[in-house]
Design a protein around this ligand. Structure first.
Ligand code: FMN
Length: 163
């Protein structure tokens, strides 16, 4: 399986996630080409069995560069894609000390929904989504983040690709 992995990492956390994904997936006999979106042309994406788009969060949305990239991306109809984001871990309310409920969280945190909305007009086939949290605004990645990448990799790989 040939995978094109396009990320918009700014502080290096998403890049580490991409490298871990590549390591795991290539160990199972697949090929993963990782590119920062600044080094890729959204109108000339190479053919692939799967496109993985990975963005950090910004004000509840994907980072601007990724939004523009997804808007411009030219992909064949029914191409398969998956989303893997890096997002800030929810923080407790300063007054109450309570974490936001899942509902409150989903209201402002729309990183993956916005990515899906930008891709919707292209009639692609979504395969999976995942997120890895960062504990501060610029990182580091949460403890055990490799496990999340492993879970995501297992979701996108067909069963017969395990060795
Ligand atoms: C100005 C700013 C705003 C941010 N806003 C959000 C946000 O709304 N939601 C979110 O999940 N993460 C937010 N983050 C944290 C990013 O998710 C985090 O920087 C990113 O995942 C780190 O990945 P990178 O090292 O690959 O850039 C923000 C970070 C900065 C610096």
């Amino acid at each position: 399986m040939q995978i094109e992995y396009l990320h918009a990492s700014k502080f290096g956390n998403g890049e580490a996630v991409a490298e871990e994904f590549r390591r795991l997936v290539e160990a199972r006999g697949n090929r993963v080409d990782v590119h920062h979106i600044h080094d890729a042309d959204p109108r000339r994406l190479p053919p692939a069995d799967l496109y993985v788009f990975s963005s950090p969060g910004r004000m509840g949305k994907p980072i601007g560069g990724m939004r523009r990239f997804l808007k411009k991306a030219e992909l064949p109809p029914h191409a398969r894609y998956a989303l893997l984001t890096t997002e800030a871990a929810p923080r407790p309310d300063k007054k109450t000390g309570e974490l936001p409920s899942a509902e409150e969280q989903d209201k402002w945190q729309r990183v993956r929904p916005v990515m899906d909305e930008l891709l919707a007009p292209k009639h692609l086939e979504k395969v999976a989504e995942g997120t890895v949290l960062v504990t501060g605004l610029k990182g580091p990645l949460e403890d055990g983040w490799q496990g999340k990448v492993e879970q995501f990799a297992a979701e996108v790989l067909p069963d017969d690709s395990s060795s």
